[in-house]
Design a protein around this ligand. Structure first.
Ligand code: NI
Length: 143
């Protein structure tokens, strides 16, 4: 399956409909890639990261929360959930946005489903206005 190996790089040929290549080249230009190879490399990496999340592999990411800290019991609930998932949370950063609103960013690491469950638990707390899980990678799996 591998093509011509040159040092640590492998060259391989791909057959693609001309129309699709035309559209792809437009994207390559728009996103300021140096060439098709760089763009394809990124697409492959993105797909590997996505696949690891889908198949519940070890991975990492961030969870961003925005909440009103005046809401009754919110802080203790958010804190309680974070303690339940203590081994998955590497670091947290809390910023006071204004008199009411706080932003908290959690750097998380572990099995994909567990991290998704943590994000869902935090999102469902009353008073949490915004919660978003950003799917990242530990880095070593995408070369
Ligand atoms: Ni705050």
């Amino acid at each position: 399956m591998a093509g011509k190996v040159n040092g640590k790089l492998t060259r391989f040929g791909v057959s693609v409909e001309s129309e699709l290549v035309r559209k792809f080249d437009r994207l390559v230009k728009l996103k300021k890639y140096r060439n098709r190879s760089d763009a394809i490399r990124d697409l492959i990496r993105e797909e590997i990261v996505r696949e690891r999340w889908k198949t519940n592999r070890e991975t990492s990411g961030t969870i961003t929360l925005v909440y009103d800290h005046h809401r009754r019991e919110l802080l203790s609930k958010v804190n309680h959930i974070q303690h339940d998932f203590g081994s998955s949370i590497i670091a947290t950063q809390h910023v006071h946005m204004d008199h009411h609103n706080c932003m908290e960013v959690l750097i998380v690491r572990g099995k994909a489903r567990l991290l998704q469950r943590l994000a869902e638990r935090l999102k469902s707390v009353r008073g949490v206005k915004f919660s978003s899980l950003s799917l990242a990678t530990r880095g070593k799996e995408i070369v």
